[in-house]
Design a protein around this ligand. Structure first.
Ligand code: PMP
Length: 414
């Protein structure tokens, strides 16, 4: 990774920060320094206002009503779907299914496409940097079907070894599932290349985009994947909402995975016919308000400029990486050439939980633990790491605060 630092002049981070009320608050008597964005992001006033307006003025159930409010709510909910379709550059709104988040998106593919198409002896290929939510759903599926889970290894920088990934793709591989970016190390995968390789072997491709959408412009047609899923709360939107993109022909051929209202055309005790896409996969009253809030969040980051956000975060990554070299005994885990603004580290003499606790006293929020990636921690021979993850509102001054905080940690424990 090159450490040339270029500071973005066209991005006014101070103005951006004013959109996020929570950033103004203090914690433990200190100004909050929020560096836990890979776990969840803070929400701009625009999103908070949109949720409030929905509940104050528009609340109703969608799709079924003929009355005014139901039409307003339906238009806003379906409008949110269109926003997501455009954001991901999917061909059609039919390819966007609302879910609770990334976890549900992956489980939907495993339970619907996977249960229908996998047989004993088949294989699912993932990589060593996956989040548990891109491991366990495939383990459940493989156990049920007598299939095998294969894992492509990573090198010491935390990059997937693409040649090994390619070698593990055989005519037995039915599904290749991998993250766009790693929440634990920041590694950005060459998703287009990996998709081409998997398709050449005849596998479908599922991309966990939980850490892709917050940091990178996404074009699912350009990537060429079959499924791409992400969570609203990691991209400045509400919790409890996310979306799954699926190629229309695949979604069309898949059985529903949950039954209930809204996903049917007609029901009798003898036979039920299912609704068209994407409603076939949206049983029950959906999370209307948060879907609308998610669209507002995507509009918000779109208005700031995705390229500008990426450049700002990259600047923070390089700046913080360089400054952290000052800390004695600090080891950065994950030094991928293509990297999102996530820095995982250990301190020679201090347990990560102690690092997190001391930093918390300074008002600095980082995450410590295994980051829902226990196999990856084993690969690097550490039980846990400290992780600072930067978002669009973070500043170089906050990276400085982290460095000063770590110096205090060393004073206490060093
Ligand atoms: N994948 C990755 C890479 C993640 O970072 C996360 C959240 N930490 C998830 C999947 C799961 O997302 P959610 O909990 O929002 O479903």
């Amino acid at each position: 990774m090159s450490l040339a630092i270029s500071h973005s002049v066209t991005y006014d981070v101070d103005r951006v920060r004013r959109d996020f009320p929570i950033l103004q608050r203090s914690v433990r008597g200190r100004q909050l320094v929020y560096l836990d964005n890979a776990a969840t992001t803070q929400k701009p006033q625009q999103v908070i206002d949109r949720l409030t307006r929905y509940y104050r003025e528009e609340n109703s159930n969608v799709h079924r009503g003929v009355h005014y409010l139901s039409e307003v709510a339906t238009a806003a909910y379906e409008g949110a779907r269109t926003t997501i379709q455009r954001f991901l550059n999917a061909k059609s709104e039919k390819e966007i299914v609302f879910t609770r988040g990334t976890t549900e998106g992956i489980n939907l593919v495993a339970q619907s496409w996977g249960r229908k198409n996998l047989r004993g002896g088949d294989e699912v290929l993932i990589t060593a940097i996956e989040h548990h939510s891109n491991i366990v759903p495939w383990q459940l599926l493989c156990a049920e079907k007598g299939a095998t889970l294969r894992v492509a290894p990573v090198n010491d920088a935390g990059e997937v070894i693409v040649e090994e990934f390619a070698k593990l793709l055989t005519d037995r591989t039915k599904i290749a599932a991998f993250g766009h970016a790693s929440n634990a190390l920041g590694t950005i995968n060459p998703v287009r290349q990996m998709t081409e390789l998997a398709h050449a072997a005849g596998a479908i491709v599922v991309i966990d985009g939980a850490q892709g959408v917050p940091h990178l412009p996404i074009d699912v047609q350009e990537i060429g994947c079959d499924f791409y899923t992400f969570s609203g709360h990691k991209v400045y939107g509400p919790t409890g909402i996310g979306a799954l993109y699926g190629r229309e022909a695949l979604l069309d051929a898949m059985p529903p995975w949950m039954g209930g209202g809204d996903m049917i055309l007609s029901v009798s005790f003898e036979k039920t016919t299912y609704n068209a896409l994407p409603y076939k996969f949206e049983a029950g009253t959906p999370n209307i308000a948060d879907a609308i809030g998610l669209a507002t969040a995507l509009d918000y980051i779109g208005s700031l400029g995705l390229e500008k956000i990426a450049a700002h975060e990259h600047d923070l990554l390089l700046y913080a990486t360089e400054r952290l070299q000052e800390i004695k005994g600090l080891r950065i885990i994950g030094t991928s050439r293509q990297k999102a603004s996530v820095i995982s580290f250990t301190l020679e003499t201090v347990h990560p939980h102690d690092i997190g606790t001391i930093l918390d006293q300074e008002g600095i929020a980082i995450r410590t633990g295994h980051h829902c990636a226990q196999p990856l921690m084993m690969r690097f021979n550490v039980p846990a790491t400290g992780r600072a993850s930067f978002g669009l509102y973070n500043t170089r001054a906050e990276a400085d605060a982290l460095v000063e905080g770590l110096k205090k940690v060393l004073e206490v424990f060093g």
